[in-house]
Design a protein around this ligand. Structure first.
Ligand code: ZN
Length: 483
């Protein structure tokens, strides 16, 4: 981090410690203050500096890029702005020079949260004003930062962006999209629930047919079907993505976009090409890493410290589509595949909503994948689910986490290792030898390299047990070997 970035970061953390203020909204009881010119500040004193800190706190709290004092109910000519690359505080600002014009991107306002507008602004401006210490400053701004400053100076003159807009659109254009959702597993169900919660209501949900499951082999709906039924959505369960009736249905619907999340089937090219905005997929890895069906388990299996979620525009080659959005997610040392999948689905749903907004506003900026660094995530094979204690403890721990909560890593004797941890200690005992029964911790077992602590296990035909409880039941003692 360079000096300037460090200073900006500190200023931001200071501002975030201040108490945010309530934002005055158009249509609210105090909106009148937004409609008249604000009064100049006479002296930049401590109370003005406190106001500035609280305005900045409010701006960050509300995820805004700028804020003017009238927007927090204060009749003073003060603005704060932080457009990422540039930030400033200005008291009594005055635009002294303005050249060129810009119309992109659509402009929004914390006081008018439901609308966006197309507003023509100057491309480059020079603003004179005072800083938080009352010293005269000159700010030269261009592009997006210039737009932000012009918007905020307008506020100080009682002007709203809607007064200047040539076109106004609802702020959440993704809610207007005709979305077809395709998903099957729990990951997909979680993503679907987030779409519905954000008012992006699919016109059709496609999921795999009900399957026999459980001891009685009763037909069981997919998690996506359950979520769709909860939300009262229309669901179809074709035998596969190439089904003729499904194709006919999709053609009749003419969706804007097809979204897939853990559907479990490769979509034919004609389905990818049909929607106006294409087909997008929520993939729980940092593509091009871990293309294929088992990315979450493979990241854990390999002991990765971080993974992520990618929203890709689906291409004919599986998981090779252009990247619309991507987010890195750290792997917690105690994560198993179940917990990590849940977290990635939550983040994936949020990213998907952003990608849909980008697509709806034609602001998506797809990035192609670097095919040279692609890796694969094939399904875990049944033989990979079984291991003795020969591999290093860290490897066994990674595998156990990758296979938890189901199907679980098993010893050749069939003992499921539900919860384990690699310890930072070594042992010269033969792999599989019990080296300790540690109260409140678990059963310590020697491995090919290092010691593995078993915390929860499940014997064949038994129920999941605390490892020490299981060991007591078997009268296991130090020196005995597990199979
Ligand atoms: Zn505004």
């Amino acid at each position: 981090m360079d000096k300037e970035a460090l200073a900006a970061w500190r200023a931001r953390s200071d501002a975030e410690r201040a108490e945010p203020l309530a934002v005055v909204r158009v249509g609210g009881p105090d909106e009148e203050i937004l409609r008249r010119p604000a009064r100049p500040v006479r002296h930049v004193n401590r109370s003005v500096r406190t106001l500035i800190e609280r305005m900045r706190a409010t701006m960050y709290h509300e995820n805004g890029v700028g804020l003017a004092a009238p927007q927090v109910g204060v009749d003073q000519r003060v603005l704060v702005a932080d457009a990422g690359d540039h930030h400033c505080v200005l008291v009594n600002p005055e635009v002294v020079l303005a050249t060129g014009t810009q119309t992109e991107p659509l402009e929004g306002c914390l006081s008018i949260p439901d609308l966006l507008g197309e507003v023509e602004r100057s491309e480059t401006i020079r603003v004179r004003g005072l800083d938080a210490n009352g010293r005269e400053v000159w700010v030269d701004a261009s592009g997006y930062f210039a737009r932000v400053l012009q918007h905020e100076v307008d506020h100080l003159d009682g002007i709203l962006f809607t007064d200047r807009a040539s076109r106004i659109v609802p702020v959440r254009p993704e809610t207007k999209l005709d979305v077809v959702f395709m998903g099957t597993a729990d990951f997909g169900a979680r993503v679907l629930r987030q779409l519905v919660a954000a008012d992006v209501i699919p016109v059709l949900v496609v999921t795999q047919p009900d399957r026999p499951a459980g001891r009685g082999l009763h037909l069981q709906s997919t998690p996506v079907r359950v979520a769709a039924d909860e939300a009262g959505l229309e669901v179809v369960t074709p035998p596969g993505p190439r089904d003729a009736d499904l194709w006919q249905r999709l053609r009749d619907l003419e969706p804007d976009v097809v979204v897939s999340a853990a559907y479990g089937g490769i979509l034919p090219g004609r389905v990818l090409d049909l929607p106006r905005l294409g087909a997008v997929n929520v993939h729980p890895s940092l593509l091009p890493r871990y293309r294929g069906p088992d990315p979450v388990r493979r990241a854990l299996w390999n002991g990765d410290a971080e993974t992520g979620v990618t929203i890709q525009r689906m291409a004919r080659q599986v998981d090779a589509g252009d990247i619309l959005r991507q987010e890195v997610v750290p792997v917690d040392p105690d994560d198993n595949a179940g917990a990590l999948t849940e977290r990635l689905a939550e983040i994936g749903g949020r990213l998907l909503l952003r990608a849909l907004r980008d697509l709806a506003t034609e602001r998506a900026a797809p990035q192609s994948q670097d095919a040279a660094s692609a890796t694969q995530a094939p399904k875990i094979r049944p033989e990979e689910e079984v291991s003795d204690f020969e591999p290093p403890a860290a490897v066994l721990a990674a595998r156990a986490r990758a296979l938890a909560p189901r199907p679980s890593l098993r010893t050749p004797g069939g003992l499921k290792l539900l919860e384990v941890r690699a310890l930072a200690e070594s042992s010269s005992e033969a792999p599989g030898t019990v080296v300790g029964l540690r109260k409140d911790q678990g059963l310590a077992v020697a491995t090919g390299q290092g010691v593995l602590l078993l915390r929860r296990v499940q014997a064949p035909g038994g129920r999941p047990l605390d490892a020490l409880e299981w060991a007591r039941g078997r009268r296991l003692t130090v020196g005995q070997r597990l199979e």
